[in-house]
Structure formats: structure tokens, C-alpha cells
Design a binder for this molecule. Structure first.
Ligand code: ADP
Ligand code: MG
Length: 528
């Protein structure tokens, strides 16, 4: 069989038809409803106790940290009170061994250390003064509380939130596995390690990255209405949206402000359709799941997000390599290669290792429209040790990678459409001509060429959305949304300490906020 014919057959296995998409949207809506009614469903629909969005007049210096899945970010944000802010951040890759550490302490001590490094580097004066003060006062509570940085902790794993800075870990995702942390309050775990280092920092708010993205997008997007959805397409995928309190049927245990009639819900949509009623399931999806640390769960995430797309592609590529009748990444002799060389893969190529293909190469493949695919061919050589790949090898790689990503984007559209339909905005006469604003964050959606366009193209064929609806849905990248959003929620939390309601703090925020990046320092961060 020719490589071309075989590639076509592989590509066709990743097709997800318009009909499939429509069926999945209906199922997504059904599973959303189920999650609003009771606990223990596949879409967790976790209440966040966030009931309103900010208004741009807030002032002060806040900190935020973000444990995403691949990187750990630390930032400080000066809110200027006139809808502008200055952001300083650092980013470091999370060491792989800490993701599966024996105890939670190992991971959280590392995180606290990064906070200390950040303070020393970027807020040296403040740090010095307060450490000195703290050491000279006998009681740890004896120094003034207002000198302490309020920190918003973006923790992007499923958490049962029981208060603005308190929440217990439900389960790990995205390759993390530290059983000791499950069931514990992650804010307390971080605060304990911060206190051991005597840092002037209080973990004031626990924030999911989706909620942070929603807040940040609401803060910065033009127009008078806030965003309806914050969505992540990074290592993992998830979304948080604004739901009517009246639709939330399961009991709420914590305190909240009900004056807005709304509450932000963290869907935990990575677990959509774990039962596989509507999700596609190729032999490669099955294999990926079987060898993962959490078989049977996060089934939607395993078909959509950055951590997994490269691995799906790798498993498909391995199958193609196994077929002795197909000349892929190998040729008989140099005459069959347009570079007049002989293609071969190094035996120690990461193609042969689990997680050996980073999703980032799929973006390179998609972006390379040069006639000879020379950029991709160079990338295959440098990252996967495939020497002298021929033009048709690169074409096959590009086609299969494109099919995996396209299926992911179509699945992303399923979640987005279902949530837009759930908000009722498309049929509400009051919001007839208004755009429906969605904030997105994560390397996949930010860097994969045309990812957002593929989503929009899919939205057009969805019943109840259609051409007209798709036109109104505005998807904007909220860059560093989780950092800015976490700082904004830390600010709400500071207000709550003084007994001010959330809504007073965050009312009618609709103006745009130019971002000033004062300094960016990247330490060994994983490429984005
Ligand atoms: P986090 O999830 O930790 O917040 P990111 O949003 O940066 O971090 O997402 C990291 C994920 O995105 C990784 O799985 C990585 O493989 C993937 N990724 C990184 N760069 C790219 C890229 N250029 N194109 C597509 N995916 C990418
Ligand atoms: Mg992230």
C-alpha cells in the first residue's frame, strides 16, 4: 500500500462529522444539567462562590501563582485603579519527579521556594523590610497584616471549594499523581510551606485557571457585557461559565453573595462523557487511555488538550512505522528521497517513548506551508531524530497531525456551543445584537494555527447556533488571564476580610485595560 493511501485511511479515522458534533452538543447539555443537580456526575459543575466580575477601579499590589500542569508561574500585579495594571512574572517548568512525588510537601515546598525567589528578585525592598520585621517581632502575628501580600492561588485541578481560600483536592489530572495530597486543603499546604520560609505572603484566594481567565477577559474585553465563559486549552482543558443561581439545584454549603443572581461554575469538562456515549474512540485513544495514570477518566481532555494530542499522534505514527509494506521514515536507497539521502530514525528517537512527541511540533507542521515542507523536516530531525525525512514523509506526518488537531478543535466547539446554548443568550431578545464573549488561554489555542478558526467553523454547523450565532460568538485570548484573574480574586478576598460584599467590589466592570508588561523573566520554562 502506498504511503499516501495509508495516510488517507489514518486521517479518516479522526473524522468527527457534523452529525457527531450535534449529537455531542446535546449530550454535553444533558451532562451539564445532571451536574447542576447532584454530585458524582461526569461533569462536576463545581460552584466557585464567585458571583460577580470586577470593575477596573480597584487598586493595590497583589500576587498570583499558577500551577498549570507544565509550568509554574509567579506574578505580581499592580492594579492602578484606572483599569490598567502592571504585571511582572516569572515562569519555571515543574520538575517531572515532583509531579509524582511521594508526599505533597515536596511539591508545595518547591512552589513556596519559587515565591521566595520571585520576591527577592522583583520586590527585594519590600521583602527585606518585612522579613526583618517578622524576625524581630516575637509573635508571628505581631507584625502588621496590611504589609502582607495577598496571593491568589491558581490551582488547575479538580477541587471541592468550601470557601474563598479553602478547597480540597478531588483528584489529580494531567499526569500528576501524589496520592497523599488528595482530600487535603491545597491552600493550607501552600501556606504551611510559605510560613516555613517566613515570607510576607497570605494565600488569600483559591482560583481555578478557567475562572481566572473568565475574570481577566471580563476585565479587558471591550464592550459593556462581561464574558460568559473562560476556557483553557493548555496541558489540560476545562471551562468556567456564568450560570443562573436558579439553575443550580445541588446544595451550596459555603457563604456567598446572592445579589447578582449568578454564580460562576467550574464545569471540569475534561471529564465530559467518561462513559463514551458520544466521544470518538480510535484504537490510539484506547491505547493512550490504557497506559495513562488515570484510565477511564478525563476522557474528553484526552482527546482535546496539549498533553495528549502529541501522544495520540505518536501512537498513530508508531502504527504506520510498524507496517513493513509502507515506506514511512525509511527508504530503500537515496534515489527515492527528494533530498537524495537515506531516511532513518535514530533508535533512541523519542518517537519510541511514551509522551515522546510534544504537541508543539503539530503547530510547526500546521504552520509550514513551504513547498518542500522544509521547516517541518528540519523540526523532525532536531526534535525527533528522524534523519533526512523525505517530502512525502513530512506530508504524511503533517496530514495525520492535522487530523488529530482538527478533531480536537471540533470537540472544543462542542463544549463552547453547549455552554453558549445553556446561557440562553442566543435567543434572549435583550442581548439580541450583543457579542457573546469568550476568554481562552493555553498554549494550544494560543499557538496552534487556526485553532480558533476551526472552532468557529464548527460552531456554524451546530443546531441552535448556526451562521448567525457563530458570528456573535467572539473568542479572545486572555493572555496570562489566570494570573490577572487570580490577583483580581485575591482582591475580592481582601475585601471579604473587611466584610464587604463581592458585588460591591466587582460591579459593572466593562472597560478595557491596557496591559503593561514591566518585566518578563523566563527560567527554564517549557517552550510555548
Ligand atoms: P499550563 O497548562 O501549564 O498552564 P500551557 O498553557 O503553556 O501550560 O500548555 C502547555 C501544553 O501546551 C503542553 O502540553 C504543550 O505540549 C502544549 N504546547 C506548548 N507549545 C505548543 C504549541 N506551540 N502548539 C501546540 N501546543 C503547544
Ligand atoms: Mg495554564
Amino acid at each position: 500500500m502506498s504511503l499516501e493511501a495509508e495516510t488517507k485511511s489514518f486521517v479518516s479515522k479522526f473524522e468527527y462529522s457534523d452529525e457527531d458534533v450535534n449529537k455531542a452538543v446535546k449530550e454535553f447539555l444533558r451532562q451539564m444539567g445532571e451536574g447542576l443537580e447532584k454530585d458524582g456526575t461526569s461533569l462536576s459543575q463545581i460552584p466557585t462562590y464567585v458571583t460577580a466580575v470586577p470593575n477596573g477601579t480597584e487598586k493595590g499590589l497583589y500576587m498570583a501563582v499558577d500551577l498549570g500542569g507544565t509550568n509554574f508561574r509567579v506574578c505580581s500585579i499592580q492594579l492602578n485603579g484606572d483599569t490598567t495594571f502592571n504585571l511582572t512574572y516569572t515562569k519555571v517548568a515543574i520538575p517531572k519527579d515532583l509531579m509524582v512525588a511521594k508526599t505533597a510537601k515536596e511539591l508545595f515546598a518547591f512552589l513556596a521556594k519559587q515565591v521566595e525567589l520571585f520576591l527577592v528578585t522583583h520586590h527585594g525592598d519590600h521583602f527585606e523590610r518585612h522579613v526583618r520585621r517578622r524576625l524581630t517581632v516575637s509573635s508571628p502575628d505581631g507584625f502588621k497584616d496590611e504589609n502582607v501580600f495577598r496571593l491568589g492561588f491558581t490551582f488547575s485541578f479538580p477541587v471541592q471549594q468550601v470557601g474563598i481560600n479553602k478547597g480540597t483536592l478531588i483528584r489529580w489530572t494531567k499526569g500528576f499523581d501524589i496520592p497523599d495530597a488528595v482530600g487535603k486543603d491545597v491552600c493550607a499546604l501552600l501556606q504551611t510551606e510559605i510560613d516555613k520560609l517566613h515570607l510576607p505572603v497570605k494565600v488569600a484566594a483559591l482560583v481555578n485557571d478557567t475562572v481566572g481567565t473568565l475574570m481577566a477577559r471580563s476585565y479587558t474585553s471591550p464592550g459593556k457585557t462581561g464574558a460568559v465563559l473562560g476556557a483553557i486549552f493548555g496541558t489540560g482543558t476545562n471551562g468556567a461559565y456564568v450560570e443562573k443561581l436558579s439553575n443550580l439545584k445541588k446544595p451550596l454549603t459555603g457563604e456567598y453573595d446572592n445579589s447578582t443572581g449568578d454564580m460562576v461554575i467550574n464545569t471540569e469538562w475534561g471529564s465530559f462523557d467518561n462513559q463514551l456515549n458520544v466521544l470518538p474512540n480510535t484504537s490510539w485513544d484506547i491505547e493512550l487511555d490504557k497506559t495513562s495514570v488515570n484510565p477511564g477518566i478525563q476522557m474528553y481532555e484526552k482527546r482535546v488538550s496539549g498533553m495528549f494530542l502529541g501522544e495520540i499522534l505518536r501512537l498513530a505514527i508508531l502504527d504506520l512505522l510498524k507496517n513493513p509494506k509502507v515506506a514511512f521514515f525509511k527508504d530503500e536507497n537515496s534515489s527515492s528521497n527528494d533530498w537524495k539521502s537515506t531516511t532513518h530514525i535514530a533508535p533512541n528517537s523519542s518517537i519510541y517513548e511514551q509522551w515522546g512527541i510534544d504537541t508543539a511540533i503539530m503547530s510547526v507542521a500546521a504552520a509550514d506551508n513551504t513547498p518542500e515542507l522544509s521547516i517541518l523536516r528540519q523540526e523532525l530531525e532536531s526534535t525527533l531524530s528522524v534523519y533526512s525525512p523525505a517530502h512525502d514523509d513530512a506530508q504524511a506526518f503533517k496530514a495525520i497531525a492535522g487530523a488529530v488537531a482538527r478533531r480536537a478543535a471540533r470537540l472544543a466547539a462542542v463544549a463552547i456551543a453547549a455552554i453558549v446554548l445553556q446561557t440562553g443568550k442566543l435567543i434572549d431578545p435583550e442581548s439580541k445584537d450583543e457579542p457573546i464573549d469568550i476568554g481562552v488561554d493555553g498554549s494550544l489555542v494560543e499557538h496552534y494555527p487556526y485553532f480558533r478558526d476551526m472552532i468557529t467553523e464548527t460552531l456554524r454547523v451546530i443546531d441552535g447556533v448556526g451562521e448567525e450565532g457563530a458570528k456573535r460568538i467572539r473568542i479572545g485570548v486572555a493572555k496570562d488571564g489566570s494570573g490577572v484573574g487570580a490577583a483580581l480574586i485575591a482582591l475580592v478576598a481582601a475585601g471579604m476580610e473587611k466584610n464587604t460584599s463581592t458585588a460591591d467590589y466587582f460591579r459593572e466592570l466593562r472597560s478595557s485595560a491596557p496591559v503593561t508588561l514591566t518585566s518578563v523573566m523566563e527560567d527554564d520554562a517549557v517552550d510555548e
